[in-house]
Design a protein. Structure first.
Length: 771
């Protein structure tokens, strides 16, 4: 009887370590370097195969004890003979702790999807999709239905089949670099198998299995540590740990569910950063739930769309040239459907929840799928908060497109919020960044959807009156969107006391002003609570993007007496920072460097950072274009403000009220002693490029971000990919081929930097670059 293992993907069938490990390996000192090298390579291949079968197929062929012996031997060989490779299974953990998480740009935007708990909203989505596709000549859509995982969304990038980078979703354009943290997750392959494309960026959901979460929380409580509120918080908090060793100790896993980039011939300037330094570890993490099962052909029978690996891909035995990563350069083309992508994922060794994925022909079947998944919810080993319905055909998805925030070809049909009953013991009032006062009910602890809730929002004074809620009442509490607890109903009135909404701000004592159902503190930046929230906002990615200053650190700086105004940020001393708990010289210097880089912000970023009510980045940009300088914006009257796009009477009133508040003007005057927002020549900013869409490829004589900013300032739209809506593909030095092929397919004009300069000059716009 042969000892060979059938259907092997990462090793040769006769690899001696696929079935067992010797009771004792030869002593290290008795083998030579060549023998060590050969044995180490066999061990790497076998361990990759065991990882794939354990995490992806849920079909291990060796006991854990055997795996551990193989792993320990590989570590021993790599250490003694200096044989460690970047993608060795041992190189998952052990990296040096980081000072902070860097931010990186995604290969493609990680957009959100529209969502609702109402079936009629899903039906409206279907009506729109069918109407738009029918008008464009597409067949009726089929949909792919899948679980909506309740974890932390990440982008993971592979180049030539090798793991190179991971990042959190962040703001959708940029996220935290968690490459070393994700490397520790055993379900994430360091090397793909089969024939993946040259660059593959995939979206996955990192989560902590329910059983592991409960066990881990018990360990935390026994150690005197605060337990995590829910598995999602546990996964998110773990992945943002600066020490990869800590991440490795916690039971994280992952499912993959979407393609962000699939490039067989990638644009060189669009590639992710190089493979980071690897660092050694070694142990096999247990998972309590079974990973997705698979048959020999790695198909998705449940989807009704089978991708036969023998028909779609070449065999490894065909003698064709493989790269060092074990995959062919370029790899296969991107599949035409989401279902086929799922099949490809599994062929590459990426976990998908295939047993819970269904392909349907009509929207009522998608409604039924959600209802069945809701019944199954408690039995699943991972948390979900709804289902996702995707148009299956990729070409149809491309036609449907996306808004700035979300894709238009998918919809999240969420579960109703879970609820519980409890008693209100007190009501406190919180002050937000814009001065809005929010009443919060303090509750007897109650479990709602697996989370212990002791606080719930009452929204505003009007909501308190509508509910008729008071201290001592027995109430129903639900988690809105399964996240924010809120009081929804009074079940029984109590008699413990009476809550009166305050006439003065509970933090600064300023008068409270009503605005319809809402209440606001009139203190502006003179209110410590508003100021703290404003500092957090000012430093956020949406505004001046100052790394290293999250909410916890802002609070720490305020408690230490180092920051009591926005201007105080620029007075911070490195020595004072370095003395704070959790800081060091490098962190302090990094923050000082970040702050120095924001001393001359764009006017739009500065206005965004001030946190003016209802003025986000888009409105701030319009204000900057309309008025040109900070002084002009601050002095504009309501009529002038209302003439600006996106600014109606209500927003104009709020802007005027903000700048009329004495404390705000004083804080801005103090801040501008250190910061000089860059004014625009109003005559130079206009709509000369309005209606035109540009895409760049290759290197220009100026940074691409500067080029994009210039075009957008004059009304152009700059996108990252070519479509039928693109007017010009600007081709620089060393361009990639994929965008040029797309331009040719869509009859898009290609122009060089010189031609772009001429195009702008014809419209009176000066190009800052030179050829």
């Amino acid at each position: 009887m042969s000892d060979e293992v059938e259907d092997v993907h990462y090793a040769e069938p006769d690899n001696p370590y696929l079935r067992d490990a010797p009771a004792e390996f030869e002593p290290i000192e008795e083998i030579d370097a060549e023998t060590a090298r050969e044995q180490a390579e066999l061990l790497r291949e076998a361990i990759r195969e065991h990882d794939y079968r354990y995490y992806v197929l849920a079909d291990p062929i060796v006991a854990d004890e055997t795996y551990d012996r193989l792993f320990a031997r590989l570590e021993e060989l790599e250490s003694a003979f200096d044989l460690a490779t970047d993608d060795s299974p041992t190189q998952r953990v052990g990296g040096e702790p980081l000072d902070e998480l860097e931010t990186v740009e995604h290969t493609a935007p990680m957009l959100s999807i529209d969502q609702s708990t109402e079936a009629d909203d899903l039906r409206e989505f279907d009506d729109r999709v069918r109407r738009e596709l029918q008008e464009a000549g597409f067949d009726d859509p089929t949909y792919l239905c899948e679980p909506k995982f309740d974890g932390l969304s990440v982008e993971i990038v592979y180049r030539d089949g090798r793991y190179v980078r991971a990042a959190t979703r962040g703001d959708g354009q940029r996220g935290d670099d968690v490459t070393e943290q994700v490397r520790t997750i055993r379900a994430v392959p360091m090397r793909l198998r089969g024939d993946p494309p040259s660059v593959l960026a995939v979206r996955g959901e990192v989560y902590m299995p329910k059983d592991d979460f409960r066990a881990y929380n018990r360990e935390r409580v026994e150690a005197g540590e605060e337990p995590f509120a829910n598995p999602r918080n546990a996964a998110a908090g773990t992945l943002r740990q600066l020490d990869p060793d800590i991440v490795a100790e916690r039971p994280l896993s992952i499912y993959f569910f979407d393609v962000l980039a699939w490039e067989t011939d990638p644009d060189p300037d669009a590639l992710p950063d190089a493979l980071p330094e690897a660092s050694a570890d070694g142990s096999r993490d247990e998972e309590s739930e079974a990973a997705a099962g698979a048959d020999d052909q790695l198909t998705l029978d449940a989807l009704g769309e089978v991708v036969d690996s023998e028909d779609e891909t070449e065999s490894r035995d065909d003698g064709s040239q493989l790269s060092d990563a074990g995959v062919r350069p370029g790899g296969r083309e991107q599949p035409a459907t989401h279902a086929a992508e799922f099949s490809a994922f599994r062929e590459f060794g990426l976990r998908v929840a295939h047993e819970h994925v269904e392909q349907v022909d009509d929207i009522e079947a998608a409604v039924d799928y959600r209802d069945r998944m809701m019944e199954l919810r408690e039995e699943l080993p991972f948390e979900i908060d709804g289902t996702v319905v995707k148009v299956n055909d990729r070409e149809a998805c491309e036609h449907l497109g996306a808004t700035a925030r979300s894709v238009r070809w998918a919809f999240a049909y969420k579960f109703p919020a879970r609820s519980g009953e409890t008693t209100i013991r007190d009501v406190v009032v919180q002050v937000g960044r814009t001065g809005r006062l929010t009443p919060v009910a303090l509750l007897d602890p109650v479990e709602v959807g697996g989370v212990t809730v002791s606080r719930a929002t009452l929204h505003n004074p009007s909501e308190i009156e509508t509910l008729g809620v008071d201290v001592g009442d027995r109430v129903a509490v639900k988690r809105a969107g399964d996240v924010i607890p809120q009081v929804t109903e009074v079940l029984e009135h109590g008699s413990e006391g009476h809550f009166e909404f305050p006439d003065e701000c509970p933090v600064c004592g300023s008068s409270v002003e009503r605005d319809g159902p809402l209440a606001y503190c009139s203190g502006g930046f003179g209110c410590p609570a508003q100021l703290e929230r404003t500092i957090e906002h000012y430093t956020s990615r949406q505004a001046l993007d100052i790394d290293g200053l999250g909410p916890e650190r802002v609070e720490q700086l305020r408690e230490a007496g180092l920051v009591e105004s926005l201007a105080d940020l620029y007075r911070l001393d490195s020595d004072d920072l370095a003395d704070l708990e959790g800081w060091g010289e490098k962190s302090a210097e990094n923050l000082r460097s970040e702050l120095e880089e924001t001393r001359e912000p764009s006017l739009a970023d500065f206005l965004t950072g001030l946190g003016i009510p209802d003025v986000g980045a888009s409105t701030a940009t319009e204000l900057a274009r309309a008025f040109g300088s900070l002084a002009a914006v601050m002095d504009a009257d309501r009529e002038e403000l209302e003439s600006v796009p996106d600014v109606g009477p209500e927003v104009a009133r709020k802007i005027r009220d903000f700048f009329d508040t004495e404390e705000n003007r004083a804080a801005i005057e103090e801040l501008t002693e250190y910061v000089e927002p860059q004014s625009l020549e109003v005559d130079d900013a206009g709509d000369e490029l309005s209606g035109l869409t540009f895409v760049f490829t290759g290197s220009l004589s100026i940074p691409r971000r500067d080029a994009s900013d210039l075009l957008e300032r004059y009304g152009a739209n700059v996108t990252s990919s070519v479509s039928g809506n693109t007017d010009y593909l600007v081709v620089g030095d060393d361009p990639g081929t994929s965008k040029r092929e797309d331009a040719d397919a869509n009859d898009v004009d290609e122009i060089g930097e010189d031609e772009l300069m001429e195009l702008l000059a014809d419209r009176g716009i000066e190009w800052p670059g030179s050829r």
